[in-house]
Design a protein around this ligand. Structure first.
Ligand code: PBG
Ligand code: ZN
Length: 323
């Protein structure tokens, strides 16, 4: 055949494919979540998320030390308090799990790591909602005040990046204001901007014991809406977000792409618990090749336009040399 174009030429050998690869995923692109519990000596695997643990602060330090050796420098903390109440007051406790974890990590690792905290009330409230519940409704403005106080408390404990995941309106500007007033002008905000009401958070809600009464559809977004995801993201940028996030990742790569084209700041996607556990359990059942699936999924997120990926796969991927 007399063909002008033969794209297969550039796929002929592994090094030729390496030469022309458009996308890569590296350790520096990955953010590693941790579930921090009270007490000491705890490192217990979460049943719904094989390979992910509930850790107490002492074991968190051990875990982060091992991660650091693999090149994972950015760590996202979720607190699981032993006491919950209507307003999630434990979230503001200067000796709460997350605040203690932040101090322990900074003391041990200083500037070698970046700490990120999830700012949300759902793990701290007795009703499991991300804000205050009044007469059966999740109210916006009082919730925002509490979330801002929570962010300030994390900053005071040494957090580098606070990350509101509640989806209340106006929380990014409220957090920016309280941080600036408190002198924390250098604490960054990574906003969960286009966060959808998703069934993919199931294993996480088991891990955090944070399943809500009812659902989160009055504040998390409707999966039918992509344009609205861009709107939410642009609002967060205008309110002062330093980075924005799309969540979940795999079922929303169209949103990642659109957001990437609309903003100039770093775009993060969250490869959530359900996406992780589906791969883990399918691999355990021998249905898929975990290495190949994880690489393909992470590359898809990068190809869609994510600068950074929050993922539970990072440790395995680096330890086993999958990326
Ligand atoms: C808290 C929060 C959730 C996740 C991150 N922050 C759960 C939720 O909104 O219900 C999900 C993370 C995951 O599934 O891995 N609002
Ligand atoms: Zn929440």
């Amino acid at each position: 055949m007399n063909l002008l174009e033969r794209p297969r030429r550039l796929r002929a050998t592994p090094i030729m494919r390496e030469l022309v690869a458009e996308t890569s995923v590296e350790a520096r692109h990955l953010i590693t979540p941790h579930f921090v519990v009270e007490g000491s000596g705890h490192c217990d695997e979460i049943a719904s998320m094989p390979g992910v643990n509930h850790v107490s602060v002492d074991k968190l330090v051990t875990e982060v030390e091992a991660d650091l050796k693999l090149g994972l420098k950015t760590h996202l903390l979720f607190g699981i308090p032993s006491k919950k109440d209507e307003h999630g007051s434990a979230a503001l406790d200067e000796n709460g799990v997350v605040q203690q974890a932040l101090r322990a990590l900074k003391e041990k690792f200083g500037q070698d790591i970046i700490t990120v905290t999830d700012v949300c009330l759902c793990a701290y409230t007795s009703h499991g909602h991300c804000g205050f519940l009044e007469n059966g409704l999740v109210v916006n403005d009082p919730s925002v005040e509490q979330l801002a106080r929570m962010a300030l408390s994390h900053a005071e404990a040494g957090c580098d990046i606070v990350s509101p995941s509640d989806m209340m309106d106006g929380r990014v500007s409220a957090i920016r204001e309280i941080l600036d007033d408190g002198g924390f002008v250098n604490t960054s905000i990574l906003a969960y901007s286009a966060k959808y009401a998703s069934a993919y958070y199931g294993p996480f809600r088991d891990a955090c014991d944070s399943a809500p009464q009812g659902d989160r559809k009055t504040y998390q977004m409707d999966p039918r809406n992509a344009r609205e995801g861009v709107l939410e993201t642009l609002l967060d940028v205008a309110e002062g977000a330093d980075m924005v996030m799309v969540k979940p990742a795999l079922a929303y790569l169209d949103v990642v792409r659109r957001v990437r084209e609309e903003v100039l700041c770093p775009v993060v996607c969250y490869n959530v618990s359900g996406e992780y556990s589906m791969v883990k359990f399918a691999a355990k059942a021998g249905l898929v090749n975990e290495e190949a699936i994880v690489r393909e999924n992470l590359l898809a997120m990068r190809r869609a336009g994510s600068d950074l990926i929050i993922t539970y796969h990072g440790r395995d991927a680096l330890k086993q040399g999958w990326i």
